[in-house]
Write a protein that binds this ligand. Structure first.
Ligand code: IMP
Length: 186
């Protein structure tokens, strides 16, 4: 089937397309996405998918929302991750955690997916990747906070572990597998 991802983020497309191979996922070229004002990742993902549906005549539309939750910031930046830190979110996060060690550096990536069918059917997928925030940025693959996110059980950052690792293990890959399970069970 042909599916549109209601997003302009090539990185998200690549990560999701690996798991959702049969869905023939493509970015949706749409303007006027609503601001991310939902109280949850799910609400934001649903709003993106609903917006995308307006531009598509056939096939499913996928909405995605994700964020980074840091223990020492009370779970922030969370659903506000995309707006955190202006042009330098990594620098701001490292700065805010400068005097914080141990538990306070614990963090998790969260991803919510919502798929809408042409007939209005809705499916969801959720994925979480636990880890911690490194002391300094390392590596150059991935995007966003990947140079400072060290997954649980690993020493290297996601940006060092690389896109292959991420395609298999990220919060997005997990959410995609969860969505696939929901799709196959319906
Ligand atoms: P969204 O586009 O509203 O979902 O914003 C997600 C934001 O969360 C991104 O701009 C990043 O700051 C952060 N984020 C989500 N997923 C990832 C990831 O896989 N790597 C790095 N940062 C991520």
């Amino acid at each position: 089937m042909n599916t549109k991802l209601a997003s302009r983020n090539e990185n998200k497309l690549r990560e999701l397309a690996r798991v959702l191979g049969d869905w023939r996922l493509e970015l949706l070229d749409a303007d006027g996405y609503p601001p991310e004002e939902g109280a949850t990742y799910y609400e934001n993902a649903l709003a993106k998918a609903r917006h995308g549906v307006k531009f598509v005549d056939e096939g499913w539309v996928l909405g995605e929302d994700s964020g980074l939750e840091v223990e020492g910031l009370g779970g922030g930046p969370g659903i506000r991750s995309a707006r955190f830190g202006g042009g330098d979110p990594v620098g701001r996060l490292l700065g805010e955690l400068r005097d914080i060690e141990g538990e306070g550096r614990r963090a998790r990536y969260v991803c919510e997916l919502v798929a809408l069918s042409p007939s209005g059917e809705e499916l969801r997928g959720t994925g979480v990747l636990e880890g911690r925030i490194a002391e300094e940025a390392r590596g150059d693959e991935g995007f966003g906070y990947d140079p400072i996110f060290v997954p649980a059980g690993e020493e290297r950052t996601v940006a060092e572990l690389g896109n292959e690792w991420k395609a298999e293990n990220s919060h997005r890959a997990r959410a995609a597998r969860d969505l696939l399970r929901a799709f196959n069970e319906r």
